[in-house]
Design a protein around this ligand. Structure first.
Ligand SMILES: O=C(O)CCC(=O)C(=O)O
Ligand SMILES: [Fe+2]
Length: 310
C-alpha cells in the first residue's frame, strides 16, 4: 500500500501514535498504519524484550535466590546437584562423593562455641592482618596475614602466654569433629575416611581495597582446583549478615541462579568441593565478616593433624 502523505493522514485521522483506533474512525482510504499493525508491532516488541531478558539471564545469571536466608533455619537445608566428573579418576571409593550438593545447618555448633571461636579469631588476627580486605589465621601451620605477607603466629605466642589457651584448641577440635560427623552422615562416608586437610583457617574480610590476589575473595572459584586436596569444604560463620556486615553473602554461582547462603553466627554450610559447586563471596560494603573454612580430604596422604598449643 502506498504510504499516504502527512496531509492525507491528518484528513483520515490515521496517526496510530496516540490513537490506535484510527482504522475504525477512518472513513475513506484504508489507513497506512492500522490498529492491527499497531498491536502486532507492540507484541513483537514485548516478545523480543522477554526473549532478550531470558537469554541475558542464561548468559549472566544475575538473579539471586536464598538457599539459606539470614533468619534461623527450622530444619537443615539440602540442595542436591549432579556431581561433576572431577572425581572419576580418583580411587577413594568409600569416601569420594557418590552424590553432590550443599547443606546448611544452624543447630550443629552451639552459639557459645561459635562466640568463643570468634573471640579467638579476633585475638589472633589482632596481631597481624593484611593490607587488603582479607586476612587469614591458620592454627595448623601458624600462618597469619601480615601486610602483604604471612608471619608465624606461634612465634608471636612464644612472647605472649595469654594468646591461646588449651580451652581454645579443645573447642576448635570439638567443632571440627561435629562438622566432620555431619559431612560424613550427609554424604554417607565412614567418618574415619574423612581427613582434615590444609588449608583450614579463620578468615576476616572487610571493605579495605585489595592489595594482593589473596585479598580478592570475590572471584568465582572451585575449591578442588584452588586448593587441590579438598573433597568436602565446610564453613562455620562467626558473624551475621546485615547485623555485623553488609554484602559478604556466600554465593553458589549456578547456571540458572546465584544461590546465596547468608552467614549467621554458628551457621555451618558444607558442600562437595568439585566444579559442581563454583562459588564466591560477595564483596563487603560495610563491617567485618569472620568465618572458618574447615576442609576435608579423602586422601590420607593429604591429611593434617589437629592443631595443638605449641
Ligand atoms: O568464607 C566463605 O564464605 C567462603 C570462603 C571460600 O570460598 C574459601 O575459603 O574457599
Ligand atoms: Fe572456596
Amino acid at each position: 500500500m502506498k504510504k499516504p502523505s502527512r496531509e492525507n493522514r491528518k484528513q483520515t485521522g490515521c496517526s496510530c501514535w496516540g490513537d490506535c483506533t484510527c482504522s475504525e474512525k477512518a472513513k475513506g482510504p484504508e489507513p497506512w498504519y492500522s490498529f492491527r499493525n499497531c498491536v502486532t508491532h507492540i507484541s513483537i516488541i514485548i516478545i523480543s524484550v522477554l526473549m532478550a531478558r531470558f537469554w541475558l539471564h542464561v548468559i549472566y545469571p544475575s538473579s539471586f535466590v536464598a538457599l539459606a536466608g539470614k533468619d534461623p533455619l527450622d530444619a537443615p537445608v539440602w540442595h542436591e546437584v549432579p556431581c561433576s566428573n572431577d572425581y572419576e579418576e580418583e580411587v577413594f571409593l568409600e569416601c569420594k562423593p557418590k552424590r553432590c550438593g550443599r547443606a546448611v545447618m544452624d543447630n550443629l555448633v552451639s552459639r557459645d562455641d561459635a562466640e568463643h571461636l570468634l573471640r579467638l579469631a579476633k585475638r589472633g588476627l589482632s596481631h597481624g592482618g593484611s593490607n587488603g580486605g582479607a586476612s587469614i589465621l591458620d592454627l595448623h601451620s601458624g600462618a597469619l596475614s601480615m601486610g602483604d605477607k604471612f608471619v608465624n603466629i606461634f612465634k608471636i605466642a612464644e612472647t605472649d602466654d595469654s594468646l591461646f589457651t588449651e580451652e581454645d584448641f579443645r573447642i576448635y577440635r570439638r567443632v571440627k569433629d561435629q562438622i566432620r560427623q555431619a559431612v560424613a552422615d550427609k554424604f554417607d562416608v565412614p567418618v574415619d575416611k574423612l581427613h582434615l586437610t590444609k588449608p583450614t583457617f579463620f578468615s576476616r574480610m572487610d571493605t579495605k581495597k585489595a592489595q594482593t590476589k589473596h585479598d580478592e575473595y570475590w572471584h568465582v572459584h572451585v575449591d578442588k582446583e584452588t586448593y587441590g586436596s579438598f573433597h568436602y569444604t565446610s564453613l562455620l560463620y562467626l558473624t551475621t549478615y546485615k547485623n555485623d556486615f553488609q554484602g559478604g553473602r556466600f554465593v553458589f554461582a549456578d547456571k540458572d541462579y546465584n544461590r546465596t547462603v547468608e552467614p549467621r553466627v554458628g551457621r555451618v554450610s558444607f558442600f562437595t568441593s568439585g566444579s559442581e559447586n563454583p562459588h564466591f563471596v560477595e564483596r563487603l560494603r560495610e563491617g567485618v565478616r569472620y568465618a572458618i573454612t574447615v576442609s576435608f580430604t579423602c586422601d590420607p596422604a593429604k591429611a593434617i593433624a589437629d592443631p595443638k598449643i605449641k
